[in-house]
Design a protein around this ligand. Sequence first.
Ligand code: ADP
Length: 238
Amino acid sequence: MIRISNIIKKYNKLEVLKGIDAELQTGKVTAIVGPNGSGKTTLIKIILGLVKADFGFVEIDGTKINGDYNYKNNIGYMPQIARYPENLTVFEVLSMIKDLRNRKDQPEEKLLKEFELSGELTKAIRTLSGGNRQKLSTVISLMFDPKFLIFDEPTAGLDPVISNRFKEMVFAEKQKGKTIILTSHIMSEVEELADEIIFLLEGKIFYKGSLQNLLIERGESKLEKAVAKILEEKVLWN
Ligand code: ADP
C-alpha cells in the first residue's frame, strides 16, 4: 500500500503542496485531478522519490521514503513525456533497461505484441510516431510486472484506438490487484477508469474519496460537470 502523510513542498517561496494526506488502495485506480498548477505532478514525483518533500513522507509497503528511493524496483511509471536516447533503436532501449536489472528473459515480448510494437523494434526512437512512443512508454512501465503503476496524463494526444487499448490494459492490471494512480485532464476518462479521486486545488486536497460519492455530493451524473461547478465556485470565492 502507498500512504502519503502530511506532505508539504515548496519551490522557493511558492508552497505547492500544503499538507497532503492520502492512502492509495490496493486493487483500485486512484485519479489525481485538479487544474493546471494544482500540484499533481509534484505529488507524483514525491511518491516516486524523484522530488524530496520539505515535510512529511510517503510509505510504500511500510517503508518510509522521502526523495531517497529507487522507484524502478516497485513502481511502473509512465511520465507525461517519456525521454529515451533518440538514436537508439526500440530494441536497444529495451535491452538497456533490462541490462540495468540483469534481466536475461523477454518480459516485453507479450506486451510488444499487445501494443502492436513488434514491427518497430529496429526503428530508432527519433523516427517513432507520438502514439508509438506513448505505447513504448506503456510497455516499459509494465514489463517488470510492478505492484504499483503511475500514469501521468497517459492518453494525452493518443488516437481513440490506442486510448482504448490503454484503458483495457488499466482494467486488466486492476483485476490483477495492482495499485494504480493516474492523472488526466479528460474527465470522461477518469470517470471510466477511476474508483477513487484525489482532487487537488491550490496544493490542498479539496476532495478525497470515491468517484460515486463526489458525484452524489455535487448532485451531478457527470464528473466533468461536477468539476466545472467546483471550479466555478472556487473562482467566486477568490
Ligand atoms: P500540475 O501537475 O497540477 O499542473 P505541478 O505539480 O506541475 O502541477 O506544479 C505545481 C506548481 O509548482 C506550479 O505553480 C509550477 O509552476 C510549480 N513548479 C513545478 N515544478 C517546479 C520546479 N521544479 N521549480 C519551481 N516551480 C515548480
